[in-house]
Design a binder for this molecule. Structure first.
Ligand SMILES: O=c1ccn([C@@H]2O[C@H](COP(=O)(O)O)[C@@H](O)[C@H]2O)c(=O)[nH]1
Length: 236
């Protein structure tokens, strides 16, 4: 079920959820060769992180820009064109048809892959209903995955809880990228749909996104290496 094309150590994507480029650079130094793939989201992106993203990509690390774009199609397309020049591997957009269509068209010819965020991993059914949706999480994730696939989106962001069902729907052509990863004993924080690294890989996730369990660890490098070991064991 797991695509052989992904190097095992690239399956861990560490979220650089930090307040400044200086703190991110210190963390990258500390993590060294334990991390090959970094995610930059709102916190660091709005604090100079897009320049860091370009430098990281230029230095041989892989970069996931988790910008979760959602706007009118023209604005999304122009934004994606700008992001395509940064050398990132992945960019997120919210899984709305106009947004996904614009992003896919705008990334054509670049190396950038567009990921659609299906339903945020901090949401459960109650949260979705409070936001005005009638569907439950699993049905909305699946409906959005089908739309994303039909529109040519490169991958999906979901909880690992949905990974097995999504694999059946989209096969192995779309990347399944899963936040909501919590090694045994880690605090869940605001995440509501979580799994351990080993269970997420066994469920069919391609990439595991991990932030606080690494960023807040006493020894972040040891934490990342422990996740790699769990991934390797699950793949064996
Ligand atoms: O549905 C989603 C989409 C994105 N994220 C991002 O992943 C990391 C998770 O961080 P943790 O500290 O491991 O919870 C964070 O940057 C989110 O913005 C997500 O959690 N869920």
């Amino acid at each position: 079920m797991q695509p052989a094309r992904i190097a095992p150590r690239d399956r861990l994507i560490v979220a650089l959820d930090l307040p400044s480029v200086a703190s991110a650079e210190a963390m990258i130094d500390r993590l060294g060769d334990a991390v090959t793939f970094y995610k930059i989201g709102y916190q660091l992106g709005y604090a100079g992180g897009l320049i860091l993203a370009k430098q990281l990509a230029g230095s041989g690390k892989k970069v996931f820009l988790d910008l979760k774009l959602h706007d009118i199609g023209n604005t999304v397309a122009r934004g994606v064109e700008s992001v395509a020049g940064l050398g990132a591997t992945f960019l997120t957009v919210h899984a709305y048809p106009q947004t996904m269509k614009a992003a896919v068209e705008a990334r054509a010819g670049s190396g950038l892959k567009v990921l659609a965020v299906t339903v945020l991993t901090s949401y459960d059914d109650t949260d979705l209903h409070a936001a005005g949706y009638r569907l439950n999480v699993s049905d909305l994730v699946e409906a959005r995955a089908r739309q994303a696939q039909a529109l040519g989106v490169d991958g999906l962001v979901s909880s690992p809880e949905e990974a097995a069902a999504l694999r059946k729907i989209v096969g192995d052509q779309m990347n399944l990228v899963t936040p909501g990863i919590r090694p045994a004993g880690s605090a869940s924080g605001d995440q509501k749909r979580i799994m351990t690294p080993a269970r997420a890989i066994a469920a069919g996730a391609d990439y595991l996104v991990v932030g606080r369990p690494v960023m807040e660890a006493a020894d972040p490098k040891a934490s990342a290496e422990a996740i790699h070991a769990e991934i390797a064991q699950a793949l064996a």
